[in-house]
Design a protein around this ligand. Structure first.
Ligand code: NAD
Length: 324
């Protein structure tokens, strides 16, 4: 039977070429999506940024993406469009919306998610893989964390300084050639990616860090170093870390309290003047990721009978600040 042109476009390029991943679509091209998309495009990948921010898309289409890293400033040419303008099946979707926008964003490109399309989520919080699993099979989804930082400085302009890592794993714990190709591709773009069977540990430890620092800063307006100014705020932050890690252990995930407390104390000492993303969202009047962080911990903690009073108090306060 003869194929229509739309059917041909809906065939993945993998099927056409035998190379596991050719077309990359970055869904949610804010700070992180632009950084990842820019670095992958610079390394030779075929990348399209998909977002709903018209001024950001216009700037990228006109001038390319202004990418500023420790390697310097450059303009990177790559595709940029709105969800309804997507016209090809991607081999890999890198999901970088905020967690509360995941479902709407995937819904917006749903007809382009083919059975063989891979989806990678490195978003903060818990439950990202389960959300994505409404749109793809578990063996096509990878989840993890990244310690790369990024800031959107203006339309078409992203900056990232320092070095970060990616740790990820297929949602069903399996391996395959496309997944390994993705790891290699990210490494070649300088993004330092490791497939890590202990990714749940990394996810939970990052959630513990964020549940403490992000929520306290969002409610008080303190910058990260500000949390170290009183013994009480420091005790509160470490108390939230302990609660989150207790929930992780009750859920069967091994976590290291000393490692998380060490990272937290290092951030308080060194990240002087830094406003975590949740505080930035509150200051800009945007919704925060509190539900995927403190909210998810509280829900699971209560289900498993683990005390989460401090984490729950911060959840209530951030929600109140969001609607104030
Ligand atoms: P961001 O707000 O800068 O970018 C999110 C983008 O998603 C925005 O450009 C927004 O317009 C877009 N978006 C929203 N709804 C959409 C839709 N329906 N369709 C398409 N695009 C849509 O956020 P970010 O800072 O890049 O963070 C993304 C994720 O990465 C979050 O989960 C965050 O916690 C995590 N993260 C961020 C950093 C960082 O330094 N920024 C570091 C590690 C992890």
């Amino acid at each position: 039977m003869k194929q229509s042109s739309i059917e041909r476009k809906r065939m993945s390029s993998k099927a056409a070429s035998g190379v596991p991943i050719q077309r990359v679509l970055v869904l949610g091209a804010g700070a992180m999506g632009s950084l990842f998309g820019g670095l992958l495009a610079e390394a030779g990948a075929s990348v399209t940024l998909v977002d709903i921010n018209a001024s950001h898309l216009d700037a990228i289409r006109q001038h390319g993406l202004k990418l500023v890293t420790d390697e310097g400033m450059r303009q990177v040419r790559l595709g940029a469009c709105r969800p309804e303008e997507v016209s090809e099946v991607p081999d890999l979707i890198i999901l970088f919306t905020k967690t509360m926008h995941t479902s709407a964003a995937l819904q917006g490109i749903r007809s382009w998610i083919a059975p063989e399309t891979r989806i990678l989520s490195l978003q903060n919080g818990l439950g990202n893989g389960e959300l994505v699993a409404r749109f793809a099979a578990p063996d096509k989804i990878a989840v993890g964390i990244t310690t790369w930082p990024a800031d959107l400085c203006g339309p078409g302009h992203v900056a990232s300084h320092g070095h970060g890592k990616i740790r990820c794993m297929r949602l069903d714990g399996g391996h395959d050639a496309a997944f390994e190709f993705m790891e290699k591709m990210l490494k070649e773009a300088g993004l330092d990616c490791t497939i890590d069977p202990l990714v749940s540990t990394a996810i939970w430890e990052k959630v513990a860090f964020n549940a403490a620092l992000n929520s306290i800063c969002a409610v008080t307006g303190a910058t990260v170093d500000g949390i170290g100014k009183t013994a009480e705020s420091l005790e509160l932050a470490l108390g939230i870390v302990d609660e989150v890690l207790s929930v992780a252990r009750a859920d069967g995930v091994e976590v290291d309290r000393e490692r998380v407390a060490g990272t937290l104390l290092h951030a308080i000492e060194h990240h002087v003047g830094h406003k975590p993303s949740m505080l930035q969202d509150v200051l800009a009047g945007r919704p925060t990721e509190i539900q995927a962080i403190n909210g998810a911990v509280v829900a699971l903690g209560e289900k498993l009978g683990v005390g989460v009073a401090r984490t729950k108090a911060l959840l209530a306060l951030v929600k109140l600040v969001e609607c104030a």
